[in-house]
Design a protein around this ligand. Structure first.
Ligand code: COA
Length: 181
């Protein structure tokens, strides 16, 4: 069973069937699909049902990002864990109207804490399309290191796009200042 995690403004919790109605229009925005690799567009209720099955797998820890104030669903954050290597890939998205308020950084920072402290991971990594610098800024704020660029690695809507790679090791996360403001 996936955890429920809390931050100052957010509750990150497992998805339920009841989330589907709110999830579909939120994740279905073209702007959200445009800078992510695995979110279908258009996004249907069937996609959401498939996602909920996937999000229950033990190593795919996808949680709904909800507002502590009123419980509203505003986005999603996940760790895709590979236990053999003790590492995980971080991913996140927010509904468009919730951008620019620091929510993604707040949610992702808590997922890093969960990954290192509770799952005892050795490394957490993430990537973003080059044309999505906002995501790079989030990864920097988390204390991640830029590890390179895979040129034209990804095909997105008939365009080959560069993928920027980031990662952080357990020992870097633990040092004071490893988690940056
Ligand atoms: C990427 C996304 C999650 C950002 O969420 P958010 O809550 O708005 O992000 P935050 O507010 O936590 O942080 C954004 C940071 O980027 C900065 N930023 C904004 N525009 C920027 C730009 N053009 N270039 C660089 N940095 C930028 C912000 O100033 C902020 O940094 P700061 O706190 O130092 O000021 C959101 O835009 C989204 O869901 N996009 C679609 C899905 C997606 O791209 N997911 C990530 C896939 S890798």
């Amino acid at each position: 069973m996936h955890p429920t995690l809390e931050t100052a403004r957010l509750i990150l919790r497992p998805y339920t069937e009841a989330d589907i109605a709110e999830l579909v229009p939120l994740v279905g925005a073209r702007e959200v699909a445009a800078t992510t690799g695995r979110i279908a567009h258009p996004y249907t209720e069937q996609h959401a049902k498939g996602f909920l099955v996937l999000a229950r797998e033990p190593d795919k820890i996808w949680l709904a990002i909800t507002l502590r104030s009123d419980g509203r669903q505003i986005g999603g954050v996940g760790l895709r864990v590979d236990r053999e290597f003790q590492h995980a890939e971080l991913g996140y998205w927010l509904g468009v109207r919730y951008w620019g308020q620091g929510y993604a950084t707040e949610a992702a920072r808590e997922m890093l804490r969960y990954g290192f402290e509770d799952l005892h991971l050795h490394r957490i990594f993430a990537s973003h399309f080059k044309h999505n610098p906002v995501s790079g800024r989030i990864l920097e704020k988390l204390g991640m290191h830029h590890e390179g660029c895979q040129r034209e690695h990804f095909r997105k809507w008939d365009q080959f796009v560069d993928l920027e790679l980031y990662g952080i090791l357990r020992r870097e996360w633990q040092i004071p200042g490893g988690v940056r403001e």
